[in-house]
Design a binder for this molecule. Structure first.
Ligand code: ACO
Length: 369
């Protein structure tokens, strides 16, 4: 970083403890325009990518970053082989994970992958999350893990490993849309964490485990499960307004609303709402959720007039992931399955172009006499 840039960081940090508005990296991977409500991923508007496969978006994100260039068909094949590898690596570790939550178990399994692995790290990292997550979910239900099928697409195989049956095409499409939608999102907390670790040259798996640890928190990727808890607690249409008013009066946050960057509606919410609406059995749930959303937005406008609070990605994430069959305590893992695309690309970009990330703090403690 130049001296001028360093000075800018320091000046901003004085008045912005959350590093708001600080530019800490240059990237060609994604751009978030919080005022316009627009997300661009590798040169494409999210709405234009919504019908792409996850492998196609990986090809865009990894372009010029992998040791060997790969387009979507090669990525599909490489992911299939890497899922098999991840399955073999996981088998001896799985029984030791029973006491952990799904995201803690995923964290432990990812941490077991060696940074010096010879397979392309980015491919193995992306391949591993669905393999580990499906097995963790099945083990919690007393079921044996289902081995991957390397001939299938990534999303289809994820659902196969989860349910041990071939999923319907609409569910595969919905999961693909979800993984694409959350694949990258500027310098969010988890991506920043991964880049900081990558900047020390610690390696791919160390970096993405750091990303996962940051994602786990409810202010970042831990919110979609609680969105469903909120919908269940509200229960019926006649309770909506009363329940939301009580929650706000208690000072609680409504899960699935508000964002550090977006001051208008999160563009990912609309893409995911359309994905739920396209599912055969999505209509009833989406109608109820839509009413909760409308009431929440009206109340947030009334009670928090100084802060524009809109629907964020987590609200409709909850409905998509519930509809395709994931238990709510595993939603953060599925988020990680998509965001692993962005983390790996950012780690590769940081390794290629970056410098050790080492900001400064402003000391406010006592000085020695
Ligand atoms: N419900 C009620 N009030 C809210 C909400 C909410 N969801 N979000 C923010 N506010 C209020 C705060 O209480 C605060 O009000 P105050 O000034 O009267 O105290 C004001 O808005 C500003 O809050 P901050 O925490 O400063 O805003 P920040 O930009 O840091 O918060 C965040 C962003 C963490 C996402 C927040 O909106 C939130 O907690 N939302 C609920 C959890 C959630 O949906 N998380 C997923 C985020 S999406 C993602 O990361 C993938």
């Amino acid at each position: 970083m130049t001296k001028t840039a360093t000075a800018a960081v320091l000046t901003a940090a004085h008045s912005a403890p959350g590093l708001d508005d600080v530019i800490a990296a240059e990237t060609r991977l994604s751009h978030v325009d919080g005022q316009a409500g627009e997300l661009v991923i590798a040169g494409h508007r999210l709405a234009d990518l919504a019908a792409s496969t996850f492998e196609e978006v990986l090809a865009l994100l990894w372009r010029d970053l992998l040791p060997m260039p790969m387009e979507a068909p090669e990525i599909r094949t490489a992911l299939g082989k890497a899922r098999e590898k991840a399955f073999a690596l996981m088998q001896p570790l799985l029984p030791g994970l029973r006491a952990l939550s799904p995201v803690e178990a995923l964290r432990l399994l990812l941490a077991a992958l060696p940074d010096e692995a010879r397979a392309p790290h980015a491919v193995l990292a992306v391949a591993a999350v669905p393999v580990f997550t499906a097995a963790i979910i099945r083990q919690a239900k007393g079921l044996a893990p289902v081995p991957p099928d390397a001939t299938r697409g990534h999303s289809e195989d994820f659902l196969c490993m989860l349910r041990n049956e071939t999923p319907t095409a609409d569910k595969v499409r919905a999961l693909d849309t979800y993984l694409v939608t959350v694949s990258d999102h500027g310098l969010n907390a988890s991506t920043f964490a991964a880049r900081v670790i990558a900047s020390t040259k610690a390696g791919m798996f160390s970096s993405v485990v750091g990303g996962l640890c940051a994602l786990k928190g409810p202010l970042h990727g831990g919110a979609p499960g609680p969105v469903l808890d909120m919908l269940d607690a509200i229960g019926s249409e006649r309770n909506i307004t009363g329940w939301l008013e009580d929650a706000l009066a208690r000072g609680a946050r409504l899960m699935g609303f508000g964002h550090r960057i977006y001051r208008v509606r999160d563009p990912r919410a609309d893409v995911l709402k359309a994905a739920v609406a396209a599912l055969q059995d999505g209509a009833g749930r989406i109608a109820f959720a839509g009413k909760v959303e409308a009431a929440a937005l009206a109340l947030l406008k009334e009670k928090k007039p100084l802060r524009p609070l809109q629907t964020n990605v987590e609200f409709y994430t909850a409905l998509v992931l519930e509809a395709v069959g994931f238990p709510r305590d595993s939603f953060t893992n599925v988020f990680a399955a998509g965001r692993m695309a962005g983390w790996t690309a950012h780690v590769l970009e940081q390794e290629q172009t970056g410098r050790l990330i080492r900001p400064q703090s402003r000391y406010v403690g006592p000085m020695p006499d």
